[in-house]
Design a protein around this ligand. Structure first.
Ligand code: GLN
Length: 457
């Protein structure tokens, strides 16, 4: 099959089916077909990489040269970047065919993909039961599009769970690499010390192929790590005999629905059959993760989002009276409710007199949380647990209560505070709704995670 045929197939599916899911913000049909034609020529010339001619999509947080990049916000509704994010450039060099940009929570703030200026994403699995359920967030567009087979793979980002949770809720595979493994250059910043780009696809093998392209040092990202990138597909078939699995006691508490706990334990039993050993471990400070994250992330967001001032780029209000009016009306009109809430929390936490009480304190807690993981990895190779407390919920169910929404991140957020790699792997269903198993690894152990996930699939 040629890349042009393959690309047409997915473009047709996208145009016919995406009305019900709203998983894409922009479809780049013309560019995709041009890229597919170029890929077919490259293949004929014997210069193909594994990605040459393969259709995929980018989360709309990655800057794409000449293609509008909205970050799910009215603020950037008409923003066309003049450059590519490093991740985008890498897929381009590999010859992959980008079908467009996937929907997301505004500025990646959310766990349900209901805060997008371009409307919510609907979970394909919910629709099979006739219900409008959330796709998870913030990379809900990428997850729903893969689940609905509109695209075989998509990039995503994870600041507090945004790859793993939507992957879990939509029944696809997602990997959040170690902080620094994938360049953040050109990835619109939310909380810079937590943000990490990663991969989503149907299988671990496909995400390994994605990571082979995405990972690596980038001099344009000051927190990018200069360390060799292994071939992540080379170790997929290693036997799991002797793998030491730790189950964090705190992740099987009453926050977890009993059905979810059963599914996760069943998945872990499969690993025992493959020769792994299982023991309980403790992450004593796990209960502090949400509180620390929801100080640190908004604080960093409030600083990062100060650049949207109506002067340099993005939305600008009509007929400003003076500079102050320009700033205030631009930001009042350009940002949605959740983004404003985060900016207010973050600005407060960083303000004079409160910095020590909130931000500094949260950073100290962050270190304790990281130390818990360091200790756990003295005893085990990987940690396993749930991704979300329950399967995909009904749209609108949690929108009135931000704190309930924040609790959705209870099992994912500590990983970001520690900078560790982690995956979400499909692990069965509850009442026809997908469940994700979380596998957390030590720093730079993406290969081990992908191996474990692949053996399970
Ligand atoms: N749900 C979390 C938040 O709203 C995480 C989002 C993310 O990982 N981008 O901040």
């Amino acid at each position: 099959i040629s890349s042009v045929e393959l690309t047409r197939h997915f473009l047709d599916r996208l145009k016919q089916e995406d009305g019900q899911y709203n998983s894409f913000i922009t479809i780049t049909e013309e560019q995709a077909l041009a890229e597919a034609r170029a890929a077919d020529e490259r293949r004929a010339a014997g210069q193909a990489t594994p990605w040459t001619g393969i259709p995929f999509a980018h989360k709309d947080i990655f800057c794409t040269s000449g293609v509008r990049t909205t970050c799910g916000s009215r603020m950037l509704e008409h923003f066309v970047p003049p450059y590519d994010a490093t991740v985008v450039a890498k897929f381009r060099q590999a010859g992959a065919v980008c079908l467009g940009k996937t929907n997301m929570d505004e500025f990646a703030m959310g766990s349900s993909n209901e805060s997008s200026h371009f409307g919510p994403v609907t979970n394909p699995w919910g629709l099979t039961r006739g219900e409008r359920r959330v796709a998870g967030g913030s990379s809900g567009g990428s997850a729903a599009a893969i689940a609905a087979r509109l695209v075989p793979a998509a990039t995503a980002t994870d600041t507090g769970g945004s790859i793993r949770q939507p992957a879990a809720l939509c029944g696809v595979t997602g990997i959040k690499p170690t902080y620094g493994r994938v360049s953040r250059y050109g990835m619109i910043a939310y909380a810079s010390s937590l943000d990490q780009g990663g991969a989503m696809a149907r299988t671990a093998e496909d995400t390994a192929l994605m990571l082979n392209v995405m990972a690596g040092f980038d001099p344009k990202d000051s927190t990018s790590i200069d360390r060799e990138v292994p071939d992540y597909t080379a170790t997929l078939n290693e036997p799991l005999k002797g793998l030491r699995i730790g189950l964090p006691r705190e992740y099987f508490s009453d926050q977890l629905s009993p059905e979810m706990a059963t599914r996760i334990r069943e998945a872990v039993r499969e690993y025992e059959k493959l020769g792994a050993t299982v023991r309980e471990v403790s992450l004593p400070n796990a209960s502090l993760a949400i509180a620390a994250y929801y100080v640190i992330a908004p604080a960093e967001a409030s600083a990062n989002l100060s650049r949207f001032d109506g002067v340099r780029y993005g939305y600008r209000c009509d007929h400003p009276k003076d500079l102050m009016d320009l700033y205030t009306r631009t930001r009042a009109e350009g940002f949605g409710t959740e983004v404003k809430r985060r900016i207010l929390i973050g600005t407060y936490a960083l303000s004079h007199g409160y910095y020590d009480a909130y931000y500094l304190k949260a950073q100290k807690v962050r270190r304790l949380i990281q130390q818990d993981f360091v200790n756990a990895f003295q005893e085990v190779d990987v940690l396993m647990g749930p991704i979300s407390p329950s399967p995909a919920f009904i749209q609108g169910e949690k929108t009135d209560d931000p704190v309930t929404m924040y609790l959705e991140d209870i099992f994912t957020i500590a990983v970001n505070l520690a900078g560790l790699p982690a995956m979400s792997v499909p692990a069965g269903f509850i009442d026809g709704l997908p469940v994700g198993l979380q596998i957390i690894g030590n720093y730079f152990e993406e290969g081990r995670l992908l191996n474990a996930a692949h053996q399970f699939q």
